[in-house]
Structure formats: C-alpha cells, structure tokens
Design a protein around this ligand. Structure first.
Ligand code: PEP
Ligand code: MG
Length: 582
C-alpha cells in the first residue's frame, strides 16, 4: 500500500496505465543489405499505424472540444508526410545500413534541431511536433505501446503520471479515466481540481513511491485517505465495496435538497456558486443546484490549441454561459495565464519562479491586444444576463486601475461601433496576493465585490508552493495568518458595503466551510460536483456556531487546533460525509 495526498474523494479499482514521458532513444543497430526491403516495409507499416492513431485521437478531440482544437493534430499528420524528413530517413537506412528506428530518430533529431535553432516561435513549435510524432513512430516500430498522451487510452484505467498538465487533460477521454495517481502535485494543483470536477478519485504527490506502479497492474485507489493498494486482496475489495455503496446512497439523498437554498439552520443565506473551466461545463452548473458561476477560469479556452480564440469565439462562449444561467450571476475571470497554465503561442520565456512571474493581470496589461479582445467579448456578452468581471492576481490599486482603463477603452470602441453591452457591470478583484488582502480597504472603494483565491493566497502568504508535494503538509488553510488575511478582507469589504466570496479550493473543504461562514464570507464557489455536499453542510449548521468557531480560530496560534475544532463542527453536522476517512 502506498500513501499520497488525498486530492479527490472516492474509490476506484482498475488497471494502471503509466503515462510515459521518457523519450525513446534507440541505440544504433546495423542491418545487412539483404534486409533493406524488410526494414523499409517496417518503416512504412509504422508510419501507417502512427497515422491511424493520430487520426483517431483527432476525431476524439474534435467530438469533445470542436474542430478548432483538433487542428493541432494536422501539424502532426503533416510531419508524417514531410518529404524532406522521409527522404532523409530512407537515405540513412540505405546508405548507413542502420535500422529504421535509428534512422528515423537520427533524421528527425537533425531536422528538429535545425527548426528549433531558428529564432522563430512558429518553427520552434514545429520542432516539438516533429519530436512528438517521432516518439509515436518509434514506439510503433519497437512494439512498445507506451501511452504518450491521454488521448491514447483504449480501456478504462487509472492514470499514473509524474504530473498532468492542462494540455494533457484537455485531450483526455474522461470516460476512460477512473482515477489519477501522480508523483508531484497537491490538493490545489490542476490535476486535483480536475479530478474533483470529474468526480473521480485522485491520490497525488506520491513522490518516489510512484516507481512501484507499472502499466497493467491492478490497483485500488482510495481518494478519501490517499491510499493506493497494489493488487488488493478480496477482503480489501469487500470493505471498499461497502464504502462505495454507502457513498452512493449519500449522493442520492443529496438530490432532495437540489432546489433548496444554501441557508443555515438559523436563517443565514449564503450564495453557493460553481467554478467552471469551459462553456460546456454550464450543464453541470444547472444540474448541481448552484446559484450561478462564481469563477469562470477563461484561460482554458486558450490552452491546447495552435491559435488564439478570436473575439467572436470568446463572445459565443461567454454568452452561452451567461444566457443559460440568466438571471443567475456569472463571474467571468479574465485570463489567468502563466504559472502552471502556459500558452504555446504567447511567447513566455521559461521563468525561475513562474508563480511569481509574468502571469494573469501582469501578462494581460502588457499583451494589451490579447486583453482587449477578451474584454470586448465579455462586454458584448453582458447583455445576455447577469455577468460580472473579475481580475486575477491583482496586487495593487494601479493594476486594477490600468485594467479598468482598458475596459473603458473597449466600451468606447463598442459604443462607436454601435455594439450593445450592459450599462452597469459589476467589477471585482480576486484577493489572492497578501498585498491585496492588506490593501483591501483601498480596493474595496473601487470594486463591487471580492473573491478570495485561497489556492494562491495560501501559497503566497505561507511561502509554500501549491504544487510541491514535499511541503504539502505546510500548506495549511487553517493557519492563523491565512484566517486573519481573510478576515481583514471581509471586514474591509463590509466597511465599504461590498461582499466577499471564496473561490479557491478551501471553499469546498468540509471543515473550512463553517470557518469561512463564521468569518463573514457571503459566497462560496466550488466545483459543481461538491455543491450538493457544501449545501447540505450549510443547511446543517447554525451561523452562531460558525461565528463561535471563527472567534476561537482568530484567537488561536495553532493551525492544527483550529482544524480539529473546525472538523469536529463539520463532522457533527454531516457525519456521513466523513465516513470514508480512516
Ligand atoms: C485561487 O488561486 O484560489 C483560484 C481560484 O485561482 P486558480 O486556482 O485558477 O489560480
Ligand atoms: Mg489563483
């Protein structure tokens, strides 16, 4: 049994598929002249096989994400037909009398090197395509069906990887993935957030122990406690089977409160919203019983494609979400690129500390055209419902004001063009840097709402990388320093008549919910799959208890003591939810 960080609840059992990113680097193997024809036939067969794999993936992506996204694979198909590359491979085989794999590898490396040495973003990207395709061709030639990407999965499985990036998972066939296990990462990494939204269990941050897992092994993963059991015994399977049944019956019972308000027993109503990443997620919002969208992570519209979404495409996405949920509020967060969410076509140099680097509002204020296109699309969508705009990673008043200047420019342009947009649109900022929390009073004078991004606020305030499993135990949402920053934000907001929400993962942690309510948070925004549980918890406690807990927490020095008290309150209110925990 291996132990990692429990990042998404649930239990799954299936076979492991290790997402293998180790590059195949074939050794030089000589052939005799008599084998030339055979070698060329092998090469041909593997090119055909690779082509058909790519086309299958392309079709899958087209169905899931639309025609545009699937275009990425056109570049890969072109590599397979590239006459210059193929001629060079043939030449190597015939002239040097080497194996097809060695010839393909050598020719493609030479080609990719030449492409990446030209100082041009487009050509460097092509070098990456050549290398990707080469790995597929080599895997086929060598009969090594490694899983090079999540678009490749043939059977339902548990995916084991070093880490999963947004671009890996965008390509993933989610019906085939029953769980995630990763070497790095923790509760607020992209993989964790995605697993919770897909309702599949995840155990992350296994570190070196990940080496114990091999493709084909049967494993059980326990996302409640962070266990990965290799080749589980019948007894283990039986016990977990019962747990799964009980959890399923909890889910059913939550249906009853679907249309009810998120209101405490003593009558305090909380706005319970959902976090989404794509316009198509809006279905899940309608189904889960949330009031609206508290965080639309729009950068996911930009990831995994070879071009930028234009104004029309963005407008369609923002309109779809706003219109389907009207009159419920939809908070559209402007682009939060950078950090772990990278874009291939905006040239972002590799940074030493990407989370402290050129990301979010900082990037948008420099890439003004990119930002203006998004702001225009959002403004145009505003007439279709109750849309609000939120800026990410604001650390000072100047950034907010600069963003508003651009927003006003876009309003002027649209007015001149005769395009419609709502007269009043609420503007908010995310409070996710400690400086923003400390100047919350200055910010509150200039915006209509705050939403605390605890994922980042905690990493910046405690100086604990949110993705680093080695220090995951230091990432403590109940640290008094964090609670005081939240309290300061809420108080500053209230003093200026604006509300504060929380849209980081903390808002969906059972123990944290009463604490946040007690601190005066008015809105919680969580992934749609856990909205029913958060609602049930809110309906099972009294605001008076929550305030008492918050008062205790603000007076305590110990994150652990606060967590224990908070957990005790939540456990007493909804004991069933804690049943899976060992
Ligand atoms: C946060 O930082 O809490 C947040 C909601 O933003 P993201 O997770 O997208 O950085
Ligand atoms: Mg953030």
């Amino acid at each position: 049994m291996l132990r990692g960080i429990p990042a998404s609840q649930g239990v799954s059992r299936s076979n492991v598929v290790v997402l293998d990113r180790t590059r195949i680097n074939p050794a030089k193997r000589s052939i005799v002249e008599a084998d030339l024809a055979k070698e060329e036939d092998r090469l041909k067969a593997s090119l055909t096989e690779t082509r058909s794999q790519i086309v299958t993936m392309q079709n899958r992506l087209r169905e899931a994400m639309g025609a545009k996204e699937a275009l990425i694979f056109d570049a890969h198909l072109l590599v397979l037909e590239d006459p210059m590359l193929l001629e060079e491979v043939s030449r190597f085989i015939r002239k040097d009398l080497v194996s097809a794999e060695y010839a393909f590898y050598s020719a493609s490396e030479k080609y990719a090197d030449a492409l990446s040495n030209v100082d041009d973003a487009y050509l460097s990207e092509r070098a990456a395509d050549v290398r990707d395709v080469t790995q597929r061709v080599l895997a086929n030639l060598m009969g090594r069906p490694t899983c090079a990407g999540l678009g490749d999965l043939a059977e339902p499985c548990i995916v084991v990887a070093h880490d999963l990036t947004p671009s890996d998972t965008a390509m993933m066939d989610s019906t085939k993935v029953l769980g995630f296990v990763t070497e790095v990462g923790s509760r607020t990494s992209h993989t964790a957030i995605l697993a919770r939204s897909l309702r599949i269990p995840a155990v992350l941050g296994l570190g070196g122990m990940i080496g114990e897992l091999r493709s084909g092994q049967s494993v059980l993963i326990d996302g409640f406690n962070g266990f990965v059991v290799i080749e589980p015994s019948d007894e283990t399977l039986f016990e977990y089977g019962q747990l799964v049944e009980r959890q399923a019956s909890i889910e059913e019972s939550l249906e009853i409160i679907h249309d009810d308000e998120a209101e405490t027993k003593d009558g305090h109503r909380i706005i319970l919203s959902a976090n989404i990443e794509l316009a198509t997620d809006v279905e899940g919002v309608l189904q889960c019983g949330a009031t609206g969208v508290g965080l639309f992570r729009t950068e996911f519209l930009f990831i995994n494609r070879s071009d930028l979404p234009n104004e029309e495409e963005q407008f369609a996405a923002y309109r779809q979400v706003t219109e389907s949920l009207a009159p419920a509020p939809v908070i559209i967060r402007t682009l939060d690129l950078g950090g772990d969410k990278l874009l291939s076509h905006v040239n972002v140099a590799e940074e030493m500390n990407p989370f402290l680097g050129w990301r979010a509002i900082r990037l948008c204020l420099e890439e003004k055209d990119l930002f203006r296109t998004q702001l225009r699309a959002i403004l145009r969508a505003s007439v279709f419902g109750n849309l609000k705009i939120m800026y990410p990673m604001v650390s000072g008043v100047e950034e907010l004001e600069a963003a508003n200047v651009l927003l006003d420019e876009c309003r002027e342009q649209l007015r001149a063009e005769g395009a419609a947009f709502a007269d009043t649109i609420e503007i908010g900022v995310m409070i996710e840097t400690p400086s923003a929390a400390m100047i919350a009073d200055s910010l509150a004078r200039r915006v209509q709402f705050f939403s605390i991004g605890t994922n980042d606020l905690i990493q910046y305030a405690l100086a604990v990388d949110r993705l680093n499993e080695k220090i995951a135990h230091l990432y403590e949402p109940t640290h008094p320093g964090i609670l005081r920053l939240i309290k300061a934000t809420v108080d500053a907001g209230q003093a200026h008549g604006i509300w504060t929400g929380v849209c980081g993962e903390m808002a969906g942690e059972m123990a944290a919910v009463p604490l946040l309510l007690g601190l005066g948070v008015a809105e919680l925004s969580v992934t749609p799959s856990i909205v029913p549980r958060v609602k049930m918890l809110i309906r099972s406690i009294e605001m008076a208890q929550a305030r008492e807990l918050a008062a205790f927490a603000l007076d305590s020095d110990s994150p652990k003591e606060i967590l224990a008290r908070a957990e005790a309150l939540a456990k007493a209110a909804v004991p069933d939810f804690f049943e899976g925990a060992a």
